[in-house]
Each structure stands twice: as C-alpha cells, then as structure tokens.
Design a protein around this ligand. Sequence first.
Ligand code: FAD
Ligand code: FMN
Length: 654
Amino acid sequence: MMIYNKPLSSAAFLAGGSLAMAMILYIFRKKSKSATSLATFTLGKAKPKTKVMKGVVEPPSRTASSELTGPVIWVHFGSQTGTAEEFAKIIVKEGRKQRMNMKLVDLEKFDASRFPGSFGIFLVATYGEGEPTDNAKQFYHWLLERSGGNSCSGMQYAVFGLGNTQYEHYNAFGKLLDSTFEREGGKRMLKLGLGDDDKNIREDFEDWVKKLWPALSEHLGLEQSSQQWMDEGVQYKMQVKAHGYTKPATNGCSFQSSNALDAVHVETLRVRENRELNKGGERSCRHVEFDILAPAVGYETGDHLAIFPENDMSMVKALAARLQVDLSLYITVKDSDGFSPFPCPCTVEEAFARYLDINSLPRKSFLVALAEFARDGSERERLLKLASKEGQDLYHQYVVLETRNLLDLLNDFPSVQPSLECLVELVPRLQSRYYSISSSNLVHPRCVHVTAVVVEKKYQDGRSFHGVCTSYLRRLHQGDIVRAHLRKTNFKLPREVSTPVILVGAGTGIAPLRGMCQELEHRKRMLAPIGKNLLFFGCRRPTEDYLYEEEIGGWLENGTLSRVHTAFSRSNDTLGGGKVYVQQRVDENAIQLLSLLDAGACIYVCGSTAMARDVKRVLCQSLIFLRRMKGNGAEAFLEDLAKEGRYHQDVWTT
Ligand SMILES: Cc1cc2nc3c(=O)[nH]c(=O)nc-3n(C[C@H](O)[C@H](O)[C@H](O)COP(=O)(O)OP(=O)(O)OC[C@H]3O[C@@H](n4cnc5c(N)ncnc54)[C@H](O)[C@@H]3O)c2cc1C
Ligand SMILES: Cc1cc2nc3c(=O)[nH]c(=O)nc-3n(C[C@H](O)[C@H](O)[C@H](O)COP(=O)(O)O)c2cc1C
C-alpha cells in the first residue's frame, strides 16, 4: 500500500467554515509579511519549461515529474469560456502537490491511443441545446462510434458537469458522459457532480472536489482521510514582478499565458458604424457594424461573434489611483508553477483594462482576502461578516443585488489597501461576450453586425453599474479596432429555400432573425421560390425598442415575410394590443403554426432562456389541445423536430 509522506494541502479554494477561514487568514498574513516592495522586484530570465505530449497540457510543476507516483490520472476538460478548464487545473495542481501523477488534457487534443487509461477525471460544460463544448465534440463523436464496444473498460472515472438550470437541457453533456462511461464498462469512483452557473458553481465544485480526494485515495489504495486533504486552506500562487518604468526590449509577451482564452483564434475587426437603435425610453440598444480585416476569415448567417471587451478607462484610472499604483508600470505575473494568467509582460493599465474583470462582483473568498488588508478593525470585521455563512443575505443584498464591484468595495472600505498579488490572484480573467450576428454573409460578406442592449443599472445613492462589453460597444467609434472571435453555430436556415420558416424573438433576440430575413430576401431576389415565412417579435413599446421596425416593414412589403406578429409587454395603447408577450402571440396563432409545421416548416427561437421555455410550453399545450397529444407525446414531438434540425434555439441568460 502506498503512503504519501508529503505535507498535505487543500483541494478547496474557497473557505466556507470558520476553520478554513482562519487558515486562509493565517496564510494571507504570512504572505503579507513576506511581501517585497514592488519597486524591488526584478525580472527573472528563465522561461518556464513546458513538456508537450500529444493532447496533454503539461504545466511545469514544483513537484518534479520523477516525484509523482502511482498510475497516471488523466484530468480532462471540455470548456467554452474557461470555467471547466480552471477547475481542471485546480485539481491537477492539488493532486500533484500530493504527488499524484496527474495530467491535464484538453479534450480538443484528446489522444485516442491512450484512452481509456486506468483513471479519468472529466470536467465538462454543456452548451448549445444540451451539447458538448466545441473542444469536446470530436471526443464525444469518437466515443459514440465505439458505443457498445466496452470501450471504457478498466477506467475508474469521475465526472463533474458544468451547466445552468436556466437551460432546458441542464448539464446534459455531463450526465451523458457519466452514463456512457458506465455503460461502456467504466467504474464510477464518485457520484456525478453537477455545477449550476445560475447559482454558485464554485461552491458546487468545491463540494464535489472535497469528496474527490478521499474517493481517489480509496481507489488508488492510499491511506488518506478526507479531513487531511482539506486542512491547509487556500494559498496565494501569483507573484507580480515589476520591471521599472521602461518598455521591455521584447515588443510583446516573453512569457506564455496558460489561459485557454489566449489560445483562441482572435480576429481584428474595424468599426464601420455604431448607432443607437432605440427610439425612446431610458435604455440604449446599439447597432454596431464591423469590417472583417483578414481576407481569409468569414462567417455565415446565424453564427456568433465573441467580443473581447476592455474595461472603461475611467474605472481603470480610478482603481489605479485608489491602489496607488502607476498604470505605466510594466509587470510580469506568474503563478507558483511559472505560468502567467495573461500575456506578460504588460503594463498595469493593460492588465486592468484587458485582462482582469475588475467590474465583476467580488466573490466571498475575495472579501476574506481583502479583510486581511484592512487597517481598520471594524472594516475587517464587516468584510468577514459579509463573507461568512451568517452574512449570506447581507452579501446577496450588498454585493449581488446592489451590484458592487471591486472599486465600489474599496471606496466603502477606505482602510483596505490590497496588494497587486491579491488582485491578480482573485479577480477573474475578463472573458469575451458572445453576440448573435445580426447580418447575413450573403448580403454583407465582409462585415458583421451586432445588436446589443446596453446593460446599465442606476441606484438611489448615485452609483451605477455598467455591463463591461455593452458599455465598451457603446464607446466604440468608427475606425476603432476590436478583438473578436467568430464562432460557427447550427442556427441555420433550411437548405431547401421553399421551406416555410417561423422566426420567434424578443428584444435583441431579433439579432440572428434579422440576418435570416436578409438571407431570405437575398434568396427571393435571386428568384428562388421562398416559403411562407412568419416573424413573431416582442419588445417593450412600439415607440421605444421596436428594433429594425423599418426593415421589418420592408420585408413584409416585398413578401420576404408573409406576416409579422408583434407583442408589446409595456404598452397600454390599443395599437400594441395591451401588455402582451411573444409567447401569447404564438399561442393565438397556434392553428396556423401547426399547419405550417405539417408542411415541413422550421422554427427559430432567439432571446432569453425564459422566453424560449415559454414558447416551447405554449407549443406543447397547443399540441395537447389541438392535436389531442399526451403531455410527453407533445414534448417528444418537439424533441423530434429538434433532432431533425427543424426546431432551433439561440438563447442566453440575463
Ligand atoms: C450565445 C449568446 C448570444 C448572445 N447574443 C446577444 C445579442 O445578440 N445581443 C445582446 O444584447 N446580448 C447577447 N448575449 C448576451 C451577451 O453575451 C452579454 O451577456 C450581455 O451583452 C451583457 O454583457 P456585459 O459585458 O455588458 O455585461 P456584464 O459586465 O457581463 O454584466 C453582467 C450583469 O448584467 C446583467 N445583465 C446581463 N444582460 C442583461 C440584460 N439584457 N438586461 C439586464 N441585465 C443584464 C447580468 O445579470 C449580470 O448581473 C448573448 C449571449 C450568448 C451566450
Ligand atoms: C450559449 C450557451 C448555451 C448554454 N447551454 C447550456 C445547456 O444547454 N445546458 C446547461 O446546463 N448549461 C448551458 N450553458 C451554461 C454553461 O454550461 C455554464 O455557464 C458553464 O459554467 C460554462 O462553462 P465553461 O466556462 O467551462 O465553458 C450554456 C451557456 C451558454 C453561454
């Protein structure tokens, strides 16, 4: 029996109980004492050594490979925006500290020749309509092809799914993978873990990972108790080195970032036009057109554009002033394994503007860390209270409902002066935001359009919260350069041009439907016999946010659309028909919709997850009442439509 005699450390990265919190405070205090003044930092020359083997992301580790013992434990991730990857890395780091032979695998680069292996841990997010992430698709199809062949025999596995209960197919891919492994002969080490991004996915992960270590110990035959794995608490891993005030000789990054976000293929787009769409009301909705600069890059109607936003400079400057740090200072940030969380060296300004989500709502672990930097005892107590279990409601009100970001917090707690190490460790990486492209490549082959409602909340105390990407979009001027990534989707019009289409959207859900109308109009102009096409559109008021009203009128006039059904949710005038939601219009027109479906029509629903759920519910009810179907029969009917590629959804949570 193997017994590891290395010091034990934590799997948890957030502390819930008071013991863990005390541990964290102890470690932070130790770090604060040993902190060196920024000005005395120097740039180390050594580059991190990276060993590369097919499909394996091998971070250099303080625990040399030769010290790692036992069978290889493959830790796979299927991730779109980085959360599953981040969780997988936490497991690998913690496992390696225990000298477990852990290897990180991006499912995109999965190597079939070494599958299944003896031990597999899988952290997988669900996307689309219950589908794998882009980087896990190939792996999943490979697995499906081997279905029934006992292809996972000999593998002991554990799966943690990342999902969101707002979506209809909650954690579908994680569940599917877990059951497929079992069916294919794998042995489950630990019950499937489900993380809900609508609530607190980090706490879900923390709870699951607490059980993972004892389960692994048991299956590896190690003598470890679950308590031992938990004892040490979280540690700072980031180190910040300042280079003085001059630009480094290398023009760009000399250190590789270990973040998958930096591996994504990034396009540069140039703003052609940026205009307001709303005709009234307090909200702003922007129509932004971007020229695609690279000749080889293109898109198709219905695709997504992921935009890499930048934080507002006034906030960046205010934060730097509050932290008393020079924005022009060049820094290199590395974790204890030598990896950088973003491209380095960079200026503090770049780090604050491009890489750190300084506008995000601070997590409880961050509040605990900030408490350690409070010079005023009562401020320290208040921060710890907010982060405690008893302070749950207070935290929800003060941070979540009243949307307080880091700067708001620092303004409310003036004695708190956190270090840069603390910020780069605990402020999340600024993510790209997805937008459904609102143009058609057939009409605008070198230009993508985006339709975005600006997120803005105002509070009585004079504060306001601005969404990062939508306020970035609002600030853009003609000629500005933007970093973005084009993503393919299955949200596509039927190939057969005469197939009728039913388009249902609310608010900015009109975006991809506009692209589709452009494509339908283009087909019509090419003299193709287009089908009977309906648009259902919902917004607040006809005089406020009826997006692209003139264009829609034009499509109705020239026969691209046969009928447009509008629903105004905040209108009292008779023109809009009172307070109506788009699903009600779908309900009122159910007879026509079902007969179009009989004729082979395809449905496209776009907007919030809640609206899409309601539209589906209304269609189910119509099938029950008008077609005398049973409840599950109606659901199965719509499921079948989706499988046939005739029921499409492009939805997101707000
Ligand atoms: C596949 C996909 C397609 C999308 N397509 C579009 C699109 O075509 N047009 C579009 O406008 N958005 C679209 N979104 C949403 C978009 O990605 C952003 O989430 C949104 O623009 C807010 O980003 P932000 O950076 O401004 O806000 P953040 O800085 O991320 O702030 C988020 C905060 O704002 C709140 N919030 C987010 N959206 C809203 C809202 N609409 N109203 C009120 N509060 C909100 C959130 O609850 C959260 O508290 C899409 C999302 C996905 C996943
Ligand atoms: C466009 C989109 C589609 C999604 N679809 C689903 C879904 O069908 N089921 C689900 O449980 N979660 C769904 N989610 C939620 C993600 O799985 C969840 O946010 C997860 O934490 C993302 O992990 P990642 O950052 O590793 O990609 C979706 C999220 C987005 C943005």
